[in-house]
Design a protein around this ligand. Structure first.
Ligand SMILES: Cc1cc2nc3c(=O)[nH]c(=O)nc-3n(C[C@H](O)[C@H](O)[C@H](O)COP(=O)(O)O)c2cc1C
Length: 310
C-alpha cells in the first residue's frame, strides 16, 4: 500500500500573473505559428499555452534570402517577423487559436515605442490572455533587440506599453544584453508581470561555396540545444534579481531539460526549435515532468525549485 503523499496525483497547473496554465509547457513564439500548422501532429489541447508568432501593427513580409540554417546542436534563423499584422491576426487567426484550448499569448514586436504601444492597445481589446513583449528580436533592422540591450531603452518601451496594456504583460529578454539583470529590473520596475528568457543568441554562418554570409542580414538568431546552458545560467542568475515569475526557454528538447529550468527557479518553460524535429516534443515534455514528479514525490511545479530568493 502506498502512503498518502505518494498516492496524491501531482498538480501540473501553474499560475503566472493571475493566468492559469494546465501545465508549465508553452509553445515558444515563432516556432508554432498560430497553432493550426501543427494540427494532427500533437495533442495541442494538452499544452499549457501557445505563444503565437511575433506580431507587428502592420503586416510584414519578413526577410529575403535564406531564413533557416542548421548548425551543430542548433538552428540559425532570420525570419524577420513575417506576420499578417495585428488586426488581421485578431480577425482571422485568433478565433481558431482560442478554440484550441491552451492559454493564448500574443508576442508583440515593433520598430518604435509608438508602434509597440499601438500594438498593445489593439491586443488589449482582443481575447488574448497575455501579451509577451519582444524586445529581443535580433533579425529586424529597427526596434526589436535594440530595446532589450540596456535598462534605459527597455524602460522606454515597457513603461508606455504598460500604461495602455490591459493584459498581463510578459517581457521577453535578450541574451545579448551586457547587463541582463539591470534590464530585467527595469522591466519589472516599469510594470512587467513576468519575464521570459531567452530569445535567440546572435550568430552567423558563411556559405563557403558562395563565399558570402548565408543570411542577407549577415547575422541571425541561434536557438536549440546549443544555447541551453546559456539560457539556464541566465534564469539562475535572474531569479535572485527580480520577484516576478520567470519563464525559461532556450534549447529545451526533453523533460529533463525542462526540469533543469524549473529547478533553476523558472515558473514555466517554453519550447521552440525542438518542435521542428519532434512535433510531439511538448506533449512528451509535459508527460515526462509529471512522471518525474511522481517518481520524486514532488506535488507541485513550484516544488522543483531548488532556489531561494535573497
Ligand atoms: C524560426 C524561429 C522564429 C522565431 N520567431 C520569434 C518571434 O516572432 N518572436 C519571439 O519573441 N521569438 C521568436 N523566436 C525565438 C524563440 O521563441 C525562442 O526564444 C528561441 O528560439 C529559443 O528557444 P528554442 O531554443 O527552444 O528554440 C523564433 C525562433 C525561431 C527558431
Amino acid at each position: 500500500m502506498t502512503n498518502k503523499a505518494q498516492s496524491a496525483a501531482p498538480e501540473l497547473a501553474v499560475e503566472i500573473a493571475g493566468v492559469r496554465f494546465r501545465n508549465p509547457v508553452i509553445a515558444a513564439s515563432g516556432t508554432f505559428g498560430f497553432g493550426g500548422e501543427y494540427d494532427g501532429l500533437l495533442d495541442i489541447a494538452a499544452l499549457g499555452g501557445i505563444c503565437a508568432k511575433g506580431l507587428t501593427v502592420a503586416a510584414r513580409n519578413g526577410n529575403g534570402g535564406t531564413r533557416l540554417w542548421e548548425t551543430p546542436s542548433g538552428l540559425l534563423n532570420s525570419i524577420g517577423l513575417e506576420n499578417p499584422g495585428i488586426e488581421a491576426f485578431i480577425e482571422q487567426e485568433l478565433p481558431r487559436l482560442r478554440a484550441l484550448g491552451p492559454v493564448v499569448i500574443a508576442n508583440l514586436s515593433g520598430g518604435s515605442v509608438e508602434e509597440y504601444s499601438r500594438g498593445a492597445e489593439l491586443l488589449s481589446a482582443s481575447s488574448v490572455d497575455m501579451i509577451e513583449l519582444n524586445i529581443s528580436c535580433p533579425n529586424v533592422k529597427s526596434g526589436g533587440i535594440a530595446f532589450g540591450l540596456d535598462a534605459a531603452s527597455a524602460a522606454s518601451v515597457v513603461a508606455p506599453v504598460r500604461a495602455v496594456c490591459a493584459k498581463p504583460l510578459i517581457v521577453k529578454l535578450s541574451p545579448g544584453a551586457p547587463d541582463l539583470a539591470a534590464v530585467a529590473r527595469a522591466c519589472v520596475q516599469n510594470g512587467a508581470d513576468a519575464l521570459s528568457l531567452i530569445n535567440t543568441v546572435r550568430g552567423m554562418a558563411i556559405d563557403i561555396r558562395r563565399r558570402r554570409p548565408v543570411f542577407d542580414n549577415i547575422t541571425a538568431g541561434l536557438s536549440g540545444p546549443a544555447i541551453r546552458p546559456i539560457a539556464l545560467r541566465m534564469v539562475w542568475e535572474l531569479y535572485e534579481q527580480v520577484d516576478v515569475p520567470l519563464i525559461g526557454l532556450g534549447g529545451i528538447a526533453c523533460a529533463g531539460d525542462a526540469v533543469e529550468f524549473l529547478m533553476a527557479g523558472a515558473a514555466a518553460v517554453q519550447v521552440g526549435s525542438a518542435s521542428f524535429s519532434n512535433p510531439a516534443a511538448m506533449n512528451q515534455i509535459a508527460a515526462g515532468i509529471e512522471s518525474f514528479m511522481r517518481e520524486n514525490n514532488i506535488q507541485t511545479v513550484n516544488g522543483f525549485n531548488i532556489r531561494r530568493r535573497i
